[in-house]
Design a protein around this ligand. Structure first.
Ligand SMILES: [Zn+2]
Length: 307
């Protein structure tokens, strides 16, 4: 009879019945549970849009709140200029471990069944998908040319845009970048902030659900301005702060993506950002109506003035 040591046997059983570890959110420790909310002014923070420091506290989510995924208290503040922003912004280690952000699981958990899904299918059959409509409007501003999609993910936007433009994707996730390259698209594995793409090399730059994630929208728009050729157009799509859904849901509004969205915009604040970064905000196309929950602005790079 083979001789087993107790320890070896336990290890054998453990190997046989190996459990896939569940990814648990980080446990708030006693210190962080009592932690005081950090105040932007005390942290030396100035408004990214106007440079001011006159902020009011809009919503606060303590540690353990059902909307707060972080191990620190988080809050959204509103500047006197109207810009809403997250402070403090949790560090990655203060948020649940997600590993590689791009996964099939993420894709599959989106939009499951129900009336909303059925309505979406009907609507798409009539007016096209959201991306198709976005591109149709963009073609009114720039009918053809070189197109860059920031954060191209699995390449859904590139696939639609390729019907009209010469497309490139920018995607920091190696998994998503590889997946999209396999589909035959050109993908540069960089972030917008650190990209080495040459200046003036695009006619359209798309930021679909990107601007609400960046550390500084001002810096992101300046970089976008550099990437565009004269007369080129930036497309910005983002949740609409103070839209109908934002007003109805208050602190529960999913546009906050609590702990993740760093800035929230109205048509006015996003328009001001575009103007100050050197863009002319187009009146047509433009989606900033009273009943819109998604804000979409198109901005054309101004031709440098001859003094
Ligand atoms: Zn401000």
């Amino acid at each position: 009879m083979p001789h087993f040591e107790a320890g070896a046997f336990v290890q054998f059983v453990q190997r046989k019945h190996v459990k896939v570890p569940r990814i648990e959110p980080p446990t708030p420790d006693a210190t962080s549970a009592r932690a005081r909310l950090r105040i932007p002014q005390e942290d030396g923070r100035a408004c990214d849009l106007c440079g001011g420091r006159e902020f009011s506290l809009l919503h606060e989510w303590p540690v353990g709140d059902r909307w707060n995924p972080a191990t620190i208290p988080i809050a959204v503040w509103k500047c006197a200029c109207g810009l809403a922003f997250l402070h403090p912004v949790p560090q990655p280690e203060q948020l649940p471990a997600k590993g590689e952000w791009w996964s099939q699981a993420r894709k599959q958990t989106r939009r499951r069944g129900g009336f909303k899904e059925k309505w979406r299918v009907i609507r798409h059959a009539i007016t096209g998908t959201g991306k198709e409509r976005l591109l149709r409007d963009t073609r009114k501003a720039v009918p053809s040319g070189r197109f860059l999609d920031i954060g191209c993910g699995g390449g859904r936007m590139l696939r639609v845009a390729a019907q009209s433009y010469d497309v490139t994707g920018l995607e920091p996730s190696p998994v998503a970048a590889a997946m999209t390259r396999e589909k035959g698209f050109k993908v540069v594995e960089e972030t917008l902030e650190e990209t080495t793409l040459p200046r003036g090399s695009f006619d359209v730059v798309m930021l679909d659900s990107v601007i609400e994630h960046v550390v500084s929208p001002r810096a992101a728009l300046q970089k976008t301005h550099e990437l565009l050729a004269p007369g080129g157009v930036v497309v910005l799509l983002t949740p609409k702060f103070e839209g109908p859904s934002s007003r109805r849901h208050g602190a529960d509004w999913n546009g906050f993506r609590h702990g993740y969205h760093t800035h929230l915009f109205t048509g006015k604040t996003l328009g001001r950002y575009l103007e100050e970064a050197g863009f002319e905000v187009l009146r047509k196309p433009r989606r900033d109506r009273m009943f819109d929950d998604i804000l979409i602005l198109w901005g054309r790079k101004r031709t440098p003035r001859v003094e």
